[in-house]
Write a protein that binds this ligand. Structure first.
Ligand SMILES: Nc1ncnc2c1ncn2[C@@H]1O[C@H](COP(=O)(O)OP(=O)(O)OP(=O)(O)O)[C@@H](O)[C@H]1O
Ligand SMILES: Nc1ncnc2c1ncn2[C@@H]1O[C@H](COP(=O)(O)OP(=O)(O)OP(=O)(O)O)[C@@H](O)[C@H]1O
Ligand SMILES: [Mg+2]
Ligand SMILES: [Mg+2]
Lengths: 253, 253
């Protein structure tokens, strides 16, 4: 079965979607067959990869509801996606009486990821049923950590959630690592957060640091990952490095 | 009763907490008695105002559970807060069988805001029961909108939710306005988002625009709002302007 990674952090705007899109694209460019599952009702990963609303016929909501789903092509070789729509936000209510509501994605994933090497699940900014489903379906959790003050505050809550899932449903779930994002070398705060993260989390923190780079935030408006929109930019280079380090960490380099 | 405003946007990291803290502090500095309700389990508004975890004895979770709550002083005259802790995240489950779960905050707010002019409710990045409670308790919704590509995408979902609450529970709920945040004048994207927002939303968009300003992101690490941490900074000036424009809009200038 494919290496399945949940990209999660309940703090909002830290770079979860940007990491799912660009790590996914960088892996695909190296020939790694990659599937992105958009599990956020905002559908930003689907939009950032140019999937129009009308094209989102079979979605991650359908996957959780137990229906047959066919991933969509993204126009990037080896990269496909199961897109999201807003109706995903009612899944808590729909599955409220289902005793197996936490394992729905794990059960469904086998059917959509037959010819896949890596699955990346983009999570919403919350520790709700959607993020729990992603963690239960995953082998490990990748945590984007923005280099800002509020970033470290939510981390202990996230690690507690992972530990609880490991204790109850997924004994082998682990943290893949923490990726520092939007690092601004002119800003004291960034240096401080990096120092604190490496001291407190040690080897969990990836060596690759993603800089704040305007080309990264421009890329989604052209419906392309920054690694294709501007491959020579500092942001793209960092995501190529991240893909290399990621493959080494999961023994696929 | 006080003017009650929900600061909401399900897109993460757009400046909801930063706006609650700094609009709140700027209003208090003008003698407007202001109460902040931290309704995000991350508790960032509480942390950003220097409320230590140990001091969060009576919280917004208690408010929703129907208990007596006494707001805490923030050290800033005329500004008080009902802080948040992580147990707020289980409120969905706790109130699942309560037919009145959506009006809990509205019913409780009268008891804590007797000597208040303005109540600001900081919402989590989601359209869940917490944000619904905030909108039902409020007279209007203030929407921080980050000047980035994904920002406009979630707006229609947010406006639909407000319309639904107006139709079902709160006939007088309206949009106070949209505040553009993290505007970077060097960045084409910011100009484009501003142009689109003013064309699409017209007078709903506040004239005041909050610039991206490193002093704003540094302030929380000193547990002070930027309007006190560095009142001459571009970020602080913008929040003073916002407070002026806000008071004019709610007829309290
Ligand atoms: N390295 C970067 N440099 C500049 N801008 C970035 C960078 N990474 C992300 N961004 C921008 O920051 C914003 C937040 O990023 P993104 O949407 O990926 O975060 P998220 O964690 O997925 O947010 P949410 O919590 O809403 O799901 C986006 O507008 C994105 O384009
Ligand atoms: N005008 C600004 N200039 C620079 N940084 C800013 C500005 N406004 C907010 N920030 C920083 O951006 C990050 C996101 O802001 P904030 O936490 O207020 O957003 P939020 O919408 O409350 O996030 P969440 O969705 O997680 O609740 C924070 O680290 C904050 O310090
Ligand atoms: Mg996202
Ligand atoms: Mg916040």
């Amino acid at each position: 079965p494919p290496a399945t990674i949940a990209i999660a952090n309940q703090k909002g705007g830290v770079g979860k979607t940007t990491t799912a899109i660009n790590l996914g694209a960088a892996l695909a460019m190296r020939g790694v067959r990659t599937l992105i599952i958009d599990l956020d009702p905002q559908g930003n990963a689907s939009t950032g990869l140019g999937i129009a609303n009308e094209a989102r016929e079979s979605t991650s909501h359908d996957l959780l509801a137990g229906m047959e789903v066919e991933p969509l092509e993204t126009g990037i070789e080896h990269l496909s996606i199961v897109p999201a729509t807003a109706d995903l936000s009612s899944i808590d209510v729909e599955l409220a009486d289902d005793a197996r509501r936490a394992v729905r994605l794990r059960e469904a994933l086998g059917r959509v990821s037959r010819e896949t090497d890596v699955v990346l699940i983009d999570c919403p900014p919350s520790l709700n049923l959607l993020t729990v489903n992603a963690m239960v379906a995953a082998n490990s959790v990748l945590v984007p950590l923005q280099c800002e003050f509020f970033a470290l505050e939510g981390l202990s809550q996230l690690l507690l959630t992972v530990r609880e899932i490991r204790r109850t449903i997924s004994p082998r779930l682990r943290i893949e690592g923490v990726v520092l994002t939007m690092y601004d070398k002119r800003n004291n705060l960034s240096r401080q957060v990096e120092r604190d993260a490496r001291e407190y989390l040690e080897d969990l923190v990836f060596r690759t640091v993603i800089p704040r780079n305007v080309r990264v935030s421009e890329a989604p408006s052209f419906a392309r990952p920054v690694v294709l929109y501007d491959p020579r930019s500092a942001g793209a280079k960092a995501y190529f490095d991240l893909a290399q380090e990621f493959l080494t960490r999961i023994d696929m380099a």
